[in-house]
Ligand binder design. Structure first.
Ligand code: DLL
Length: 435
């Protein structure tokens, strides 16, 4: 199969040259961060590292890590690397309180991010003859705007659909002959199901490829989506902190995602000791962004568990590959594409006058995530009428929706009915088997 690259010279660059490029960029970036980001300068000072100690990528391990806790401490402007007047955009992770991360972009940052997404679209076979339906959410979430920017760069006719309104998605897909769709894998599966229900067969669906990410998905799910939509389904990875989607993307080999190493250095560390692990070992994925101006994170701990591999790829790209993330080191759940922390639910319960006795049950039914929260009612509510309880459940569900951005089904259960644990409380029952 003929290989298509968006930036061939970079994507197929000999590994030694990529490393040389990374070294040059790292030295510059460390200097920029030390001079312009006092928060990180303090971390470096505490560790006794000066910019001149970093002479190349072999010295990366000397730099301190950054974690989500740092991002929260520094919220909103503490990690800004450019004057605000040079920033043109912000995006943010889901969740409305507590765990929010706000990322800033200069025009240059947006350009490079769009390039990363364009590489993913071209690797999926995209050209300027394609019609690209972007059905990731637009707005603060990075999915919509990221793939939208990439699609423009490739010259595809871009359909900025955002997520939701499945009927309209299907109508536009057919009427305008969309050939590429970008959305979460669970939304792709939902669209596939709706198409099936409407009597469409894969041969009548105009799509040829899909670019799916933002949440874990299995090989089995990939095969089903491919079969039902008659497409090839490509994985794409990224996080708000590193710009968004496009940190890594899949090629036709479908055996892991190539990391855009000219913009990001990936490391795998032991999450307990912080020690850097050799290639091929499983651990926490850490990224250093080499070009980002406005939000220039060095050694950012993603909390994603992963493995890297430099095995030769048949697509001709020399960029290192990351496996599908195999889990997380924290308790973050991704439900319908939205990041959910159990602690957010706990905060709502306490705010609303409940005890933090609850259990979250997540499942996937017909490719759609279900999200139930069982909460023990207070003893005085136990005697309430059924309609009274239903309205309390609704009230609690609304408060959770405000906090999380998605709607759980809340069930009030009798006091003391949720098993007390003698060790760590089992707050989450995830039946989806995603890893
Ligand atoms: O999910 C960015 C994105 C948008 C990626 C569209 C791909 C497509 P956040 O909301 O900050 O950003 O969530 C980042 O999502 O740390 C992973 O745990 C998870 N994640 C992202 N992509 C994948 C993937 C966007 N392909 C968090 N497979 C990350 C598994 C993924 N997990």
């Amino acid at each position: 199969m003929a290989q298509n690259y968006y930036q061939k010279e970079i994507e197929t660059m000999p590994v030694e040259e990529i490393k040389k490029l990374q070294t040059e960029k790292l030295i510059k970036q460390v200097k920029h961060v030390y001079e312009d980001v006092p928060y990180y300068r303090d971390l470096m000072d505490k560790k006794g590292v000066k910019p001149e100690d970093v002479k190349g990528i072999e010295d990366l391990h000397k730099l301190p890590f950054l974690s989500k806790a740092d991002l929260r401490d520094a919220y909103p402007y503490g990690l800004l690397g450019s004057p605000l007047k040079d920033c043109v955009r912000i995006h943010s992770t889901s969740g409305t309180t507590g765990k929010r991360v706000v990322a800033f972009y200069t025009q240059h940052d947006v350009d490079l991010w769009d390039d990363c997404c364009a590489r993913a679209i071209v690797a999926a076979g995209g050209t300027n003859e394609d019609v690209c339906q972007v059905a990731y959410g637009y707005g603060l979430f990075t999915g919509g705007m990221g793939l939208h920017g990439g699609s423009h760069k490739v010259g595809c006719l871009t359909l900025p659909m955002s997520s939701g309104n499945t009927e309209r998605q299907i109508q536009f897909m057919n009427d305008l002959s969309a050939t590429i769709i970008c959305c979460t894998p669970s939304y792709a599966a939902y669209i596939a199901e709706s198409l099936k229900e409407s009597g469409m067969t894969p041969d009548r669906i105009p799509l040829k490829a899909g670019i799916f990410g933002a949440e874990p998905w299995t090989e089995e799910m990939r095969r089903n989506i491919e079969k039902d939509l008659g497409i090839k389904a490509y994985d794409i990875y990224g996080l708000t902190e590193t710009s968004g989607p496009g940190v890594a993307f899949e090629c036709c080999e479908q055996t892991g995602m190539h990391i855009n190493e000219d913009h990001f250095i990936a490391e795998i560390i032991d999450p307990d000791t912080g020690e850097v692990l050799p290639e091929g070992e499983k651990g926490e994925l850490v990224f250093t962004a080499l070009d980002k101006e406005a939000f220039p994170l060095l050694r950012y701990r993603t909390r994603d568990i992963c493995v890297l591999s430099r095995k030769k790829c048949s697509c001709g790209r020399t960029l290192i590959k990351m496996a599908k993330p195999m889990g997380r080191t924290d308790d973050m759940l991704i439900i319908r594409g939205v990041n959910v922390f159990p602690s957010q639910i706990e905060t709502v319960l306490l705010n609303e006058g409940y005890q933090p006795n609850y259990q979250i049950i997540v499942d996937r039914v017909k490719n759609n995530d279900t999200f139930d929260v069982n909460v023990e009612m207070n003893p005085d509510q136990f005697t309430d009428t059924v309609s009274g309880i239903t309205s309390l459940e609704k009230q609690l569900a609304n408060a959770m929706k405000l906090m999380l951005g998605i709607n759980p089904a809340v069930h009030l259960v009798p006091p003391k009915s949720i098993a007390r644990s003698e060790g760590k409380a089992v707050r989450v029952i995830d039946k989806r088997n995603l890893h």
